[in-house]
Ligand binder design. Structure first.
Ligand SMILES: [Zn+2]
Length: 180
């Protein structure tokens, strides 16, 4: 399939992190550091590879880790280490397959899935298993309330599911005022 060949041959993999730095910078968010667009970025733009260290032991802080297609665990290096979770993400991780549909290499890449404004924070859906879920403060209207794989949301304790989104400071609550 020539189209796939084209995609593979024009990927920016060997351009290094210089290309990535044209697109992103680290900044502060209400949940710690995050990654922001330096300029407007179109949908479908490949921003760069998730570089980092492949871990052979249990990480100190597994929240930063990403699973490679092979199942090995990658601890990303900055700046993409700081890409936060959003329940309504504007980016996604992907990896390359060859023509036969086999995994081409054990590497992860980040691309935009919709147009991004200059200054907007880049977000991916972490899709963590329920066992690793923590409350989500992404502030999206569709927020699941937890950083969790949507398929596993039902595995969380009932009282947790009933909590609803944990809203960012300053946002209005959806609860009705009680009495008076
Ligand atoms: Zn959320």
């Amino acid at each position: 399939m020539p189209r796939d060949q084209d995609r593979i041959s024009c990927r920016p993999g060997n351009a290094g992190d210089g290309r990535l730095r044209q697109f992103v910078e680290i900044g502060d968010t209400h949940v710690g550091r995050g990654v922001f667009a330096r300029k407007a970025i179109r949908a479908g733009e490949i921003l760069g590879e998730i570089r980092g260290e492949i871990l052979h032991v249990e990480p100190d802080d597994p929240h930063y880790c990403m699973e490679l297609p092979s199942g090995r665990v990658l601890e990303p290096a900055p700046p993409l280490r700081f890409v936060n979770h959003g329940c309504d993400p504007n980016c996604e991780l992907f990896y390359w397959f060859d023509e036969g549909g086999s995994l081409q290499e054990d590497r992860l890449w980040l691309q935009t899935i919709r147009p991004i404004r200059a200054g907007e924070e880049l977000l991916i859906d972490y899709c963590w298993p329920a066992a690793a879920a923590i409350p989500c403060r992404c502030g999206a209207l569709e927020c699941r309330g937890w950083i969790v794989d949507p398929e596993e949301l039902h595995l969380l304790p009932p009282q947790a599911q009933g909590q609803g989104p944990v809203r960012a400071h300053g946002e209005s609550s959806l609860e009705r005022p009680s009495g008076s």
